[in-house]
Ligand binder design. Structure first.
Ligand SMILES: [Zn+2]
Length: 400
Protein backbone atom coordinates (compact mmCIF):
# COMPACT_ATOMS: atom_id res chain seq x y z
CA UNK A 1 0.00 0.00 0.00
CA UNK A 2 1.07 3.52 -0.66
CA UNK A 3 0.41 5.08 2.73
CA UNK A 4 1.24 8.68 1.85
CA UNK A 5 -1.81 9.30 -0.37
CA UNK A 6 -4.79 9.47 1.97
CA UNK A 7 -8.06 11.30 1.72
CA UNK A 8 -10.35 11.36 4.74
CA UNK A 9 -11.23 7.71 5.44
CA UNK A 10 -14.66 6.45 4.42
CA UNK A 11 -15.65 3.45 6.52
CA UNK A 12 -16.69 0.17 4.86
CA UNK A 13 -20.06 -1.41 5.61
CA UNK A 14 -19.26 -4.81 4.12
CA UNK A 15 -16.48 -7.35 4.74
CA UNK A 16 -14.30 -7.23 1.64
CA UNK A 17 -10.62 -7.63 0.82
CA UNK A 18 -8.62 -5.98 -1.97
CA UNK A 19 -5.64 -7.97 -3.22
CA UNK A 20 -2.65 -6.24 -4.80
CA UNK A 21 1.12 -6.22 -5.01
CA UNK A 22 3.76 -3.54 -5.30
CA UNK A 23 5.18 -5.20 -8.43
CA UNK A 24 2.20 -4.08 -10.58
CA UNK A 25 3.55 -0.56 -10.27
CA UNK A 26 6.64 -1.54 -12.28
CA UNK A 27 4.76 -3.84 -14.59
CA UNK A 28 4.83 -3.16 -18.30
CA UNK A 29 4.05 -5.02 -21.48
CA UNK A 30 6.07 -2.35 -23.29
CA UNK A 31 5.05 1.00 -24.72
CA UNK A 32 3.54 -0.32 -27.92
CA UNK A 33 1.23 -2.84 -26.30
CA UNK A 34 -2.42 -2.13 -25.38
CA UNK A 35 -1.55 -3.26 -21.84
CA UNK A 36 1.43 -0.91 -21.62
CA UNK A 37 -0.68 1.37 -19.41
CA UNK A 38 -1.08 1.77 -15.63
CA UNK A 39 -4.04 -0.29 -14.45
CA UNK A 40 -3.92 -1.95 -11.03
CA UNK A 41 -1.52 0.58 -9.50
CA UNK A 42 -3.59 3.51 -10.79
CA UNK A 43 -6.76 1.90 -9.45
CA UNK A 44 -5.22 1.35 -6.01
CA UNK A 45 -3.91 4.91 -5.89
CA UNK A 46 -7.29 6.31 -6.90
CA UNK A 47 -9.08 4.20 -4.28
CA UNK A 48 -6.68 5.58 -1.68
CA UNK A 49 -7.23 9.12 -2.89
CA UNK A 50 -10.89 8.56 -2.01
CA UNK A 51 -9.80 7.33 1.43
CA UNK A 52 -11.65 4.13 0.61
CA UNK A 53 -9.18 1.49 1.75
CA UNK A 54 -8.16 0.65 5.30
CA UNK A 55 -5.03 -1.33 6.14
CA UNK A 56 -6.87 -4.51 7.26
CA UNK A 57 -8.78 -4.61 3.95
CA UNK A 58 -5.61 -4.91 1.88
CA UNK A 59 -3.72 -8.16 1.27
CA UNK A 60 -0.58 -8.70 -0.75
CA UNK A 61 -0.26 -11.39 -3.41
CA UNK A 62 2.98 -13.34 -3.82
CA UNK A 63 4.08 -15.18 -6.95
CA UNK A 64 2.33 -18.56 -7.24
CA UNK A 65 4.67 -21.53 -7.08
CA UNK A 66 5.00 -23.84 -10.11
CA UNK A 67 3.26 -26.63 -8.20
CA UNK A 68 0.22 -24.34 -7.75
CA UNK A 69 0.20 -23.34 -11.42
CA UNK A 70 0.54 -26.95 -12.56
CA UNK A 71 -2.96 -27.67 -11.30
CA UNK A 72 -3.94 -26.22 -14.68
CA UNK A 73 -0.84 -25.42 -16.73
CA UNK A 74 1.65 -27.92 -18.10
CA UNK A 75 5.00 -28.29 -16.36
CA UNK A 76 6.70 -27.74 -19.70
CA UNK A 77 4.98 -24.39 -20.24
CA UNK A 78 5.70 -23.12 -16.72
CA UNK A 79 9.33 -24.21 -17.09
CA UNK A 80 9.57 -22.36 -20.41
CA UNK A 81 8.18 -19.11 -18.94
CA UNK A 82 10.62 -19.33 -16.02
CA UNK A 83 13.54 -20.00 -18.32
CA UNK A 84 12.66 -17.07 -20.62
CA UNK A 85 12.40 -14.74 -17.63
CA UNK A 86 15.77 -15.91 -16.28
CA UNK A 87 17.47 -15.53 -19.68
CA UNK A 88 15.86 -12.17 -20.45
CA UNK A 89 14.61 -13.41 -23.82
CA UNK A 90 12.32 -15.91 -25.46
CA UNK A 91 14.19 -18.78 -27.10
CA UNK A 92 13.02 -19.47 -30.63
CA UNK A 93 11.69 -22.95 -29.82
CA UNK A 94 9.24 -21.49 -27.30
CA UNK A 95 7.74 -18.84 -29.58
CA UNK A 96 5.66 -21.21 -31.59
CA UNK A 97 5.14 -23.89 -29.00
CA UNK A 98 3.80 -21.54 -26.32
CA UNK A 99 2.79 -18.43 -28.31
CA UNK A 100 5.04 -16.07 -26.33
CA UNK A 101 7.65 -13.53 -27.37
CA UNK A 102 5.45 -12.08 -30.12
CA UNK A 103 3.46 -8.85 -30.36
CA UNK A 104 0.38 -10.36 -28.75
CA UNK A 105 2.15 -11.90 -25.76
CA UNK A 106 5.48 -10.06 -25.62
CA UNK A 107 8.47 -10.70 -23.43
CA UNK A 108 9.00 -8.14 -20.67
CA UNK A 109 10.99 -8.28 -17.42
CA UNK A 110 8.88 -10.26 -14.95
CA UNK A 111 6.71 -11.80 -17.65
CA UNK A 112 6.45 -14.98 -15.58
CA UNK A 113 6.60 -13.56 -12.04
CA UNK A 114 4.00 -10.82 -12.55
CA UNK A 115 1.28 -13.09 -14.01
CA UNK A 116 2.22 -15.68 -11.36
CA UNK A 117 1.54 -13.00 -8.73
CA UNK A 118 -1.79 -12.09 -10.31
CA UNK A 119 -2.64 -15.80 -10.30
CA UNK A 120 -1.78 -16.27 -6.65
CA UNK A 121 -3.98 -13.22 -6.02
CA UNK A 122 -6.93 -15.10 -7.52
CA UNK A 123 -6.15 -18.28 -5.56
CA UNK A 124 -5.81 -16.16 -2.43
CA UNK A 125 -9.06 -14.42 -3.37
CA UNK A 126 -10.80 -17.82 -3.45
CA UNK A 127 -9.42 -18.48 0.05
CA UNK A 128 -10.67 -15.08 1.24
CA UNK A 129 -14.14 -16.08 0.03
CA UNK A 130 -13.80 -19.40 1.88
CA UNK A 131 -12.97 -17.34 5.00
CA UNK A 132 -16.31 -15.58 4.63
CA UNK A 133 -15.33 -12.29 2.96
CA UNK A 134 -15.75 -10.79 -0.51
CA UNK A 135 -12.50 -10.65 -2.52
CA UNK A 136 -11.37 -8.36 -5.35
CA UNK A 137 -8.18 -9.12 -7.30
CA UNK A 138 -8.01 -6.44 -10.01
CA UNK A 139 -4.79 -7.93 -11.43
CA UNK A 140 -6.63 -11.16 -12.22
CA UNK A 141 -9.13 -12.08 -14.92
CA UNK A 142 -6.67 -13.27 -17.57
CA UNK A 143 -9.31 -15.50 -19.11
CA UNK A 144 -7.75 -16.48 -22.45
CA UNK A 145 -4.64 -18.39 -21.27
CA UNK A 146 -4.42 -22.10 -22.15
CA UNK A 147 -2.76 -24.97 -20.26
CA UNK A 148 0.32 -24.84 -22.46
CA UNK A 149 0.19 -21.46 -24.19
CA UNK A 150 -0.40 -17.74 -23.81
CA UNK A 151 -3.41 -16.27 -25.62
CA UNK A 152 -4.77 -12.76 -26.02
CA UNK A 153 -2.34 -10.99 -23.61
CA UNK A 154 -2.91 -13.72 -21.00
CA UNK A 155 -0.01 -15.92 -19.86
CA UNK A 156 -1.53 -17.73 -16.88
CA UNK A 157 -5.22 -18.41 -16.39
CA UNK A 158 -5.85 -17.10 -12.88
CA UNK A 159 -9.66 -17.38 -13.10
CA UNK A 160 -9.31 -21.12 -13.74
CA UNK A 161 -6.90 -21.55 -10.83
CA UNK A 162 -9.11 -19.50 -8.51
CA UNK A 163 -12.15 -21.59 -9.47
CA UNK A 164 -10.15 -24.81 -9.00
CA UNK A 165 -9.36 -23.69 -5.44
CA UNK A 166 -13.10 -23.35 -4.78
CA UNK A 167 -13.76 -26.70 -6.47
CA UNK A 168 -11.32 -28.39 -4.07
CA UNK A 169 -13.82 -27.49 -1.33
CA UNK A 170 -16.56 -29.06 -3.42
CA UNK A 171 -18.30 -25.76 -4.18
CA UNK A 172 -20.55 -25.30 -7.19
CA UNK A 173 -19.19 -22.29 -9.06
CA UNK A 174 -20.92 -19.84 -11.39
CA UNK A 175 -18.35 -17.93 -13.45
CA UNK A 176 -19.69 -14.70 -14.97
CA UNK A 177 -17.53 -12.97 -17.56
CA UNK A 178 -18.54 -9.45 -18.59
CA UNK A 179 -15.25 -8.63 -20.35
CA UNK A 180 -15.85 -7.49 -23.94
CA UNK A 181 -14.15 -10.68 -25.15
CA UNK A 182 -15.40 -14.26 -24.90
CA UNK A 183 -14.05 -16.03 -21.80
CA UNK A 184 -12.81 -18.90 -23.93
CA UNK A 185 -9.95 -20.22 -21.77
CA UNK A 186 -12.15 -20.57 -18.69
CA UNK A 187 -15.01 -22.12 -20.64
CA UNK A 188 -12.64 -24.67 -22.20
CA UNK A 189 -11.12 -25.55 -18.82
CA UNK A 190 -14.46 -26.55 -17.31
CA UNK A 191 -16.14 -28.23 -20.26
CA UNK A 192 -16.05 -31.54 -18.41
CA UNK A 193 -16.99 -30.25 -14.95
CA UNK A 194 -20.77 -30.15 -14.39
CA UNK A 195 -20.23 -28.27 -11.10
CA UNK A 196 -19.01 -25.16 -12.93
CA UNK A 197 -21.16 -23.05 -15.22
CA UNK A 198 -19.62 -20.30 -17.34
CA UNK A 199 -21.72 -17.34 -18.47
CA UNK A 200 -20.04 -14.99 -20.92
CA UNK A 201 -21.46 -11.84 -22.54
CA UNK A 202 -19.14 -10.63 -25.25
CA UNK A 203 -18.49 -9.13 -28.66
CA UNK A 204 -19.54 -11.67 -31.31
CA UNK A 205 -16.45 -13.59 -32.38
CA UNK A 206 -17.52 -13.05 -36.00
CA UNK A 207 -15.93 -9.60 -35.64
CA UNK A 208 -13.84 -9.78 -32.44
CA UNK A 209 -11.10 -11.76 -30.76
CA UNK A 210 -10.80 -14.75 -30.30
CA UNK A 211 -12.57 -15.06 -33.70
CA UNK A 212 -14.12 -18.46 -32.95
CA UNK A 213 -16.49 -20.00 -30.43
CA UNK A 214 -18.71 -18.17 -27.97
CA UNK A 215 -21.83 -18.58 -30.12
CA UNK A 216 -25.37 -18.93 -28.79
CA UNK A 217 -25.26 -22.61 -29.69
CA UNK A 218 -21.84 -23.27 -28.13
CA UNK A 219 -22.99 -24.83 -24.86
CA UNK A 220 -20.31 -27.52 -24.66
CA UNK A 221 -20.74 -31.28 -24.24
CA UNK A 222 -22.37 -30.86 -20.79
CA UNK A 223 -24.38 -27.75 -21.71
CA UNK A 224 -22.62 -25.89 -18.89
CA UNK A 225 -21.54 -22.92 -21.01
CA UNK A 226 -23.93 -20.03 -21.66
CA UNK A 227 -22.72 -17.65 -24.34
CA UNK A 228 -24.24 -14.34 -25.39
CA UNK A 229 -22.46 -12.90 -28.43
CA UNK A 230 -23.50 -9.30 -29.05
CA UNK A 231 -23.29 -6.99 -32.06
CA UNK A 232 -21.11 -3.89 -32.22
CA UNK A 233 -22.44 -0.75 -30.64
CA UNK A 234 -24.34 -2.22 -27.68
CA UNK A 235 -25.38 0.57 -25.31
CA UNK A 236 -26.67 0.62 -21.75
CA UNK A 237 -30.34 -0.10 -22.37
CA UNK A 238 -29.52 -3.12 -24.54
CA UNK A 239 -26.95 -4.53 -22.15
CA UNK A 240 -29.30 -4.00 -19.22
CA UNK A 241 -31.99 -5.93 -21.09
CA UNK A 242 -29.68 -8.84 -21.88
CA UNK A 243 -28.15 -9.09 -18.43
CA UNK A 244 -31.50 -8.60 -16.74
CA UNK A 245 -32.89 -11.66 -18.52
CA UNK A 246 -29.86 -13.95 -18.51
CA UNK A 247 -28.57 -13.45 -14.98
CA UNK A 248 -31.70 -14.51 -13.07
CA UNK A 249 -32.32 -17.40 -15.50
CA UNK A 250 -28.81 -18.76 -14.99
CA UNK A 251 -28.84 -18.23 -11.23
CA UNK A 252 -32.19 -19.92 -10.84
CA UNK A 253 -31.30 -22.88 -13.03
CA UNK A 254 -27.77 -23.52 -11.71
CA UNK A 255 -28.03 -22.55 -8.01
CA UNK A 256 -24.33 -21.97 -7.40
CA UNK A 257 -22.62 -21.94 -3.99
CA UNK A 258 -20.30 -19.14 -5.05
CA UNK A 259 -19.97 -16.62 -7.89
CA UNK A 260 -16.72 -15.63 -9.62
CA UNK A 261 -17.01 -12.43 -11.67
CA UNK A 262 -14.49 -11.46 -14.33
CA UNK A 263 -14.94 -7.68 -14.50
CA UNK A 264 -12.98 -6.59 -17.57
CA UNK A 265 -13.71 -2.94 -18.38
CA UNK A 266 -13.27 -3.11 -22.16
CA UNK A 267 -17.09 -2.93 -22.50
CA UNK A 268 -16.94 0.74 -21.44
CA UNK A 269 -17.75 3.38 -24.04
CA UNK A 270 -14.30 4.95 -24.45
CA UNK A 271 -12.31 1.70 -24.54
CA UNK A 272 -10.03 1.70 -27.61
CA UNK A 273 -10.34 -2.08 -28.22
CA UNK A 274 -13.94 -2.75 -27.19
CA UNK A 275 -16.86 -2.06 -29.53
CA UNK A 276 -19.58 -1.60 -26.91
CA UNK A 277 -20.70 1.74 -25.47
CA UNK A 278 -21.46 0.86 -21.87
CA UNK A 279 -21.39 3.58 -19.19
CA UNK A 280 -19.58 3.25 -15.88
CA UNK A 281 -22.97 3.70 -14.25
CA UNK A 282 -24.37 0.58 -15.90
CA UNK A 283 -21.19 -1.40 -15.26
CA UNK A 284 -21.63 -0.69 -11.56
CA UNK A 285 -25.34 -1.49 -11.78
CA UNK A 286 -24.41 -4.96 -13.06
CA UNK A 287 -21.93 -5.50 -10.22
CA UNK A 288 -24.54 -4.28 -7.73
CA UNK A 289 -27.07 -6.77 -9.10
CA UNK A 290 -24.57 -9.63 -8.77
CA UNK A 291 -23.77 -8.54 -5.21
CA UNK A 292 -27.45 -8.42 -4.34
CA UNK A 293 -28.30 -11.84 -5.77
CA UNK A 294 -25.13 -13.88 -5.05
CA UNK A 295 -25.36 -16.75 -2.57
CA UNK A 296 -24.50 -15.70 0.98
CA UNK A 297 -22.49 -16.72 3.99
CA UNK A 298 -24.36 -17.13 7.27
CA UNK A 299 -23.73 -13.49 8.21
CA UNK A 300 -25.20 -12.25 4.92
CA UNK A 301 -21.89 -11.51 3.15
CA UNK A 302 -22.13 -12.41 -0.55
CA UNK A 303 -20.01 -15.38 -1.62
CA UNK A 304 -18.30 -13.49 -4.39
CA UNK A 305 -14.81 -13.37 -5.90
CA UNK A 306 -14.28 -10.48 -8.32
CA UNK A 307 -11.36 -10.45 -10.76
CA UNK A 308 -10.11 -7.77 -13.13
CA UNK A 309 -9.73 -8.50 -16.84
CA UNK A 310 -9.36 -6.50 -20.03
CA UNK A 311 -9.63 -2.73 -20.18
CA UNK A 312 -7.39 -0.57 -22.32
CA UNK A 313 -8.43 2.93 -21.33
CA UNK A 314 -6.52 3.57 -18.10
CA UNK A 315 -8.68 6.44 -16.85
CA UNK A 316 -12.01 4.73 -17.52
CA UNK A 317 -10.64 1.53 -16.00
CA UNK A 318 -9.31 3.07 -12.79
CA UNK A 319 -12.55 4.99 -12.22
CA UNK A 320 -14.66 1.91 -12.88
CA UNK A 321 -12.71 -0.47 -10.63
CA UNK A 322 -12.66 2.18 -7.90
CA UNK A 323 -16.46 2.17 -8.15
CA UNK A 324 -16.45 -1.65 -8.04
CA UNK A 325 -14.41 -1.59 -4.83
CA UNK A 326 -16.81 1.00 -3.40
CA UNK A 327 -19.72 -1.38 -4.01
CA UNK A 328 -17.94 -4.49 -2.75
CA UNK A 329 -16.81 -2.83 0.46
CA UNK A 330 -20.16 -1.06 0.91
CA UNK A 331 -18.92 2.52 0.65
CA UNK A 332 -20.78 5.51 -0.79
CA UNK A 333 -18.09 7.30 -2.78
CA UNK A 334 -18.57 10.96 -3.71
CA UNK A 335 -19.34 11.65 -7.38
CA UNK A 336 -16.49 14.12 -7.68
CA UNK A 337 -12.95 12.80 -8.00
CA UNK A 338 -10.93 14.16 -5.03
CA UNK A 339 -8.08 16.56 -5.91
CA UNK A 340 -5.34 13.96 -5.27
CA UNK A 341 -7.24 11.56 -7.51
CA UNK A 342 -7.65 14.10 -10.27
CA UNK A 343 -3.91 14.80 -10.13
CA UNK A 344 -3.18 11.06 -10.44
CA UNK A 345 -5.44 10.73 -13.49
CA UNK A 346 -4.07 13.86 -15.15
CA UNK A 347 -0.53 12.53 -14.71
CA UNK A 348 -1.35 9.53 -16.94
CA UNK A 349 -0.01 9.94 -20.46
CA UNK A 350 -3.27 9.41 -22.35
CA UNK A 351 -5.26 11.45 -24.86
CA UNK A 352 -6.19 8.90 -27.48
CA UNK A 353 -8.78 10.50 -29.77
CA UNK A 354 -11.04 11.58 -26.95
CA UNK A 355 -14.06 13.76 -27.38
CA UNK A 356 -12.95 16.90 -25.55
CA UNK A 357 -15.94 17.39 -23.28
CA UNK A 358 -15.93 13.75 -22.30
CA UNK A 359 -12.18 13.70 -21.78
CA UNK A 360 -12.33 16.50 -19.20
CA UNK A 361 -15.07 14.76 -17.25
CA UNK A 362 -12.88 11.67 -16.94
CA UNK A 363 -10.72 13.56 -14.46
CA UNK A 364 -13.45 15.09 -12.38
CA UNK A 365 -16.41 12.68 -12.29
CA UNK A 366 -16.37 9.19 -10.84
CA UNK A 367 -19.15 7.87 -13.07
CA UNK A 368 -20.44 8.60 -16.55
CA UNK A 369 -24.07 8.00 -17.36
CA UNK A 370 -26.23 6.12 -19.84
CA UNK A 371 -26.23 6.58 -23.57
CA UNK A 372 -29.06 5.12 -25.68
CA UNK A 373 -28.61 2.36 -28.18
CA UNK A 374 -29.61 1.51 -31.74
CA UNK A 375 -29.30 -2.25 -31.96
CA UNK A 376 -32.10 -3.05 -29.54
CA UNK A 377 -34.20 -5.28 -31.81
CA UNK A 378 -31.25 -7.45 -32.78
CA UNK A 379 -30.11 -7.81 -29.18
CA UNK A 380 -33.60 -8.83 -28.02
CA UNK A 381 -33.85 -11.46 -30.70
CA UNK A 382 -30.51 -12.91 -29.71
CA UNK A 383 -31.51 -13.28 -26.05
CA UNK A 384 -34.79 -14.90 -27.09
CA UNK A 385 -32.85 -17.39 -29.16
CA UNK A 386 -30.45 -18.18 -26.32
CA UNK A 387 -33.12 -18.52 -23.63
CA UNK A 388 -35.41 -20.67 -25.74
CA UNK A 389 -32.68 -22.75 -27.36
CA UNK A 390 -30.11 -23.43 -24.61
CA UNK A 391 -30.76 -27.02 -23.44
CA UNK A 392 -29.82 -26.20 -19.90
CA UNK A 393 -31.77 -22.99 -19.47
CA UNK A 394 -34.81 -24.73 -20.94
CA UNK A 395 -34.65 -27.13 -18.03
CA UNK A 396 -33.73 -30.30 -19.85
CA UNK A 397 -30.04 -30.39 -19.14
CA UNK A 398 -27.96 -33.50 -18.79
CA UNK A 399 -26.07 -32.00 -15.85
CA UNK A 400 -28.84 -31.11 -13.46
ZN1 LIG B 1 -11.30 -8.21 -23.16
Amino acid sequence: MNADVDGPLIAPTRRAVLIGAERYRRHSYGDNHPLGIPRVSLTLDLIQAYGALSEPEFRTARPAMPVELERFHTREYIGALQQCEAEGRVAHRYRQRHNVGNFENPFFPGFFTTPATATQGSIQGAEVVLEGLIAFNPAGGMHHARPDAARGFCYLNDPVLGILRLRREGLRVLYVDIDAHHGDGVEAAFRQDPEVLTLSLHMDTAYAYPFEGGGVGDAGPLDNAVNMPLPRGVHDDEYRHVFGRLWPAVLEAFRPAVVVLQAGTDILGPDPLGKFRISTQLFLEVVQRILADAPRHADGTPRLLVLGGGGYHPLALARCWTGVWGLLSGRELPEAVPPEGEALLRAVDWDLDEDEGYFERLFTQRVDHAISGEVRAEVRTRVDVLLSGHPWLRGRSRIR
